[in-house]
Structures are given as C-alpha cells and as structure tokens.
Design a protein around this ligand. Structure first.
Ligand code: CU
Length: 174
C-alpha cells in the first residue's frame, strides 16, 4: 500500500519536473528526445511572440495586396509560386475548387515536411493557427500574413496524401 503511494508520488514529481522543464524553455531538448521534432520549431510562447522564420500574422488593416490562390483535387495550388516584397502584408484568398477538404499552411520547407509527417502519424489531428487555413469544398478562406524575412518559403496542403501528391507551393520574399 505505502509502496504504491510512494511510487505514485515519485511519478507525480517526475511529471511535474518534465512539465516545468518544457515550460521554462527546454523545449529543444524535450523534442530531441521525444517523438516529433516538427512542432518544436517556434520554441517560443505563441501567445506572446508570433514571429516565425517566415514572418508573422498580419494586421488586416495593413494589407497592401490580396492574392487569390485556388486549390484543386488534382492536388495543386494555382498559382504555385507567389512573389512578395519583404515587409509586405498580404491577404491570401484561398479558394477550394475541389470536392474534398484542402488546406493551405505557410512555413519553411522543413517545417512543412515535419508537419506533414506528424499529420500522417496522427490523422484527424485538429489544428488552427494563423499561418494556416482549412477550406471546405467550394468555399474560400483567408490568411493575412506579413512576410518580414527575405528568402524562400513554402506553403502546402498537409492533409495526408495531398502533400505527398505534390500539393506544395513556393513563396519568394525579396
Ligand atoms: Cu489538399
């Protein structure tokens, strides 16, 4: 009896340590040893710092350009390459012309590759972040994003099978 209780306490203490460790900024380490390295990328508190390697959520009042991107069941985005100026806040009007759900997720190529892998391992995982939009068939959605970093980034549909079929695009920021 006592033994069990002691073990339980030890377990609780370990758990607390683990959780605290993750909370105060050991996420890189936690993720190295853990299963998915993918979502570790922004090891910051998203509620405080929304900056990413590919920019940050844009202020809808500061949109300087709208770009329509359509998605099809051929697993393609059109256009598949977007060129934007560094610092520009863009509204992506994302139109699903297909008959199945598609999504558009912005990120670095590596982010998206890892994210797609995680989606394969955990199908049905629900997600909602500013750099992504899920669009039902025949509907439209939007992402307002400010591209603060120059470089080449990606966008993709990470629904299992879609990414693998080539549902990927490119964002060039200069
Ligand atoms: Cu798709």
């Amino acid at each position: 009896m006592h033994d069990l209780l002691r073990r339980r306490r030890a377990f609780a203490a370990t758990l607390t340590l683990l959780l605290t460790g993750v909370g105060i900024g050991a996420p890189a380490r936690a993720h190295e040893s853990g299963g998915h390295a993918g979502h570790a990328a922004p090891s910051r508190d998203a509620s405080k710092v929304a900056d990413t390697a590919f920019g940050r959520p844009g202020d809808p009042r500061k949109v300087t350009r709208s770009i329509t991107v359509s998605m099809s069941d051929a697993m393609r985005f059109s256009p598949s390459t977007l060129t934007v100026a560094r610092g520009e806040t863009v509204r992506l009007n994302v139109v699903n012309q297909g008959k199945v759900l598609h999504e558009l997720v912005l990120g670095t190529a590596e982010d998206l590759r890892q994210h797609a892998e995680m989606m394969r391992r955990h199908p049905g995982m629900q997600h909602d972040e500013p750099q992504m939009v899920h669009v039902q068939p025949g509907r439209r959605g939007e992402i307002v994003w400010q591209f603060t970093q120059a470089g080449e980034f990606s966008f993709a549909c990470l629904i299992p099978g879609h990414f693998e079929a080539g549902m990927v695009g490119r964002v060039v920021v200069r």
